[in-house]
Design a protein around this ligand. Structure first.
Ligand code: AMP
Length: 400
């Protein structure tokens, strides 16, 4: 690890301000999925066991800079108390009187959760005075929120970059993310196969570009495949096509050729006449070879022959990184390609890393999450990391 973690510093008796990702789905004031809370427990437990004063902070939803009970973190404090089997003190404000008094009364090994950071517009604006106020609760800054590490907000980076928190380290969750993603980017077990899908080429240009320098094979599925196929002169009917990205798609195909990276596109597809509305509506569909897509059809999933082709690459891979579904997996008629790829990944002996967002949701939906080496907790953050970008929430941490 090129960044210090909580294990590299003495936390005993120190106020440790831990930026967590408690942005959990809620319904009627109830937490409907506590995965993100559970994922933060190892760091919190370590800090408790090592006698730190643990001050947790997070955002929840988009309250737009003002108090809104709907986005209160109070239910998270209650869930944390249950999971940790200890009382987690809840502060009803972020930098106000209640937080100040409760932090002041905190004993070593006790845990407190501040109210939603985004009740202050200064959080996302990375306001210097807000950072200064937050830093009163911080002898040691710990970032464990990978999902927001690509944002330069007050609690994710500003508190450190403004110089208010000289000791800044990673929690276990971020450390695991970096170790797993670095396994793909630096010296991976070869062959390294990248599977890219999802809706648009434009969202993944950076990733494709960076992986063209690192991967042995790139498999392209999902909506973005059709811009590449069109660039190769194939008729794609009404399938997704970003006309303005055709020259770029041609360039990427040429670059792959030049670097001897095997770039594979779908050879068959599941097509329909119009996009399902609602998205899970039962619409007629059929499989066709890729050069048989007629003008009235759109391709919404990869076909069986493509699955076979992609599976062969996965089976012989040393490392696989996957970002983006192979089709409109929200609809059962177009979920098979994504499901087959998830199962192939789960059954292979390779190191498998799934990069957040829709692909992570797909893997969980297929119930193979426990067979994947690492599922990233940050969609946007993992995408930017795979692009080779510097993430502000990581860059600000002390080097090892
Ligand atoms: P992204 O956020 O870019 O990873 O895109 C995920 C979305 O891409 C999902 O909601 C899918 O429904 C959509 N998608 C995948 N394949 C296709 C396709 N062939 N045509 C249209 N949308 C697609």
């Amino acid at each position: 690890m090129f960044k210090k973690t909580i294990k590299n510093v003495d936390v005993a008796g120190k106020k440790c301000l831990v930026r967590c990702d408690f942005n959990v789905p809620m319904s009627g004031g109830e937490i409907t999925d506590d995965t993100r809370i559970v994922a933060a427990l190892p760091t919190i437990k370590y800090l408790i066991e090592h006698g730190a004063k643990v001050i947790l902070c997070s955002h929840l939803g988009r309250p737009k800079g003002e108090f809104n009970l709907k986005y209160s973190l109070k239910p998270v404090a209650a869930r944390l108390s249950t999971l940790l089997n200890t009382n987690v003190v809840f502060a009803t404000d972020v930098i106000g009187e209640d937080a100040t008094n409760k932090v002041g009364a905190l004993k070593d090994g006790q845990v407190l959760l501040l109210e939603n950071l985004r009740f202050h517009k200064e959080e996302e604006a990375n306001d210097q005075e807000f950072c200064r106020s937050l830093s009163k609760f911080c002898d040691i800054y710990v970032n464990d929120a990978f999902g927001t590490a690509h944002r330069a907000h007050a609690s994710t980076a500003g508190i450190v970059t403004y110089g208010f928190a000289p000791v800044a380290v990673a929690g276990f969750l971020i450390a695991k993310e970096l170790e797993s993603l670095d396994k793909v980017l630096d010296n991976p077990r070869r062959p390294l196969v990248a599977i890219l899908g999802g809706a648009k080429v434009s969202d993944k240009i950076g990733v494709i570009n960076n992986l063209l320098d690192k991967a042995d094979t790139i498999l392209i599925g999902g909506g973005m495949a059709y811009t590449f196929l069109r660039a190769k002169g194939i008729q794609i009917g009404k399938s997704l096509c970003e006309e303005d990205k055709l020259p770029l798609a041609k360039e990427l195909i040429a670059k792959a050729d030049e670097r001897r990276v095997k770039l594979l596109l779908p050879i068959d597809a599941v097509v329909t006449q119009s996009f399902p509305d609602p998205i899970d509506a039962d619409v007629p569909s059929k499989q066709v070879m890729i050069n048989e897509i007629d003008n009235d059809s759109m391709a919404l999933d990869i076909g069986d022959e493509t699955v076979k082709l992609f599976k062969k690459e996965i089976e012989s891979a040393g490392t696989v990184v996957w970002n983006g579904p192979m089709g409109v997996f929200e609809n059962p008629n177009f979920a098979k390609g994504t499901r087959e790829i998830a199962w192939a990944l789960a059954g292979s002996n390779c190191i498998s890393v799934v990069g957040g967002g829709d692909s992570a949701a797909a893997v969980q939906q297929m119930e193979v999450g426990d067979k994947i080496t690492h599922i990233s907790t940050g969609g946007g953050a993992s995408l930017e990391y795979l692009e080779g970008k510097v993430l502000p929430g990581i860059a600000c941490l002390n080097n090892n």
